[in-house]
Design a protein around this ligand. Structure first.
Ligand code: RB5
Length: 146
């Protein structure tokens, strides 16, 4: 896949893994923008989720990686954005299906429940897998509440 601009977001619980993901992305030659947080000091995940969500909706970033303790809070916040399809992934196979079937544009991971090696595999798989379209496009089109 082309080397796209990737946005990153986490809360304090996701911060350590976010820093590891940044090193991984740098080593692989990806450009990224980090929307915070910037330490393990306690903070509120919606602030960083919405900064990332806005950046993707405005075209500043093509895809995102978001991390909180369980992944749930930051994913819930992201998925309130009409232009975001955040997918909570803890195995590479789920990250692959999130791209193939859901055309997810944010990989969300549970920082407190995933090891670094598995997270890196999720990142690689997510960024290297294409959407399959077809019947999955019809289902994605039906997600927004009318
Ligand atoms: C922070 O303690 C934790 O609640 C948060 O990272 C996340 O897991 C919430 O969904």
């Amino acid at each position: 896949m082309e080397k796209i601009m990737i946005g990153l977001a986490s809360d304090h619980a996701g911060y350590p893994l976010k820093e590891q993901v940044k090193e991984w992305l740098s080593a692989k030659g990806y450009a990224f923008t980090d929307f915070g947080t910037n330490s393990t000091d306690s903070c509120d995940y919606p602030e960083f989720a919405h900064a990332l969500g806005n950046a993707i909706e405005q075209g500043e970033c093509k895809m995102g990686i978001a991390i909180c303790g369980t992944g749930n809070g930051i994913n819930m916040s992201l998925n309130h954005h009409a232009g975001i399809r955040g997918a909570l992934c803890w195995q590479p196979e789920i990250a692959e299906l999130a791209r193939q079937h859901n055309d997810a544009n944010v990989l969300v991971m549970p920082g407190r429940f995933i090891d670094e090696a598995t997270a890196k595999k999720c990142v690689d798989t997510f960024l290297d897998t294409a959407f399959e379209g077809g019947r999955h496009q019809r289902r994605i089109d039906a997600i927004p509440v009318k």
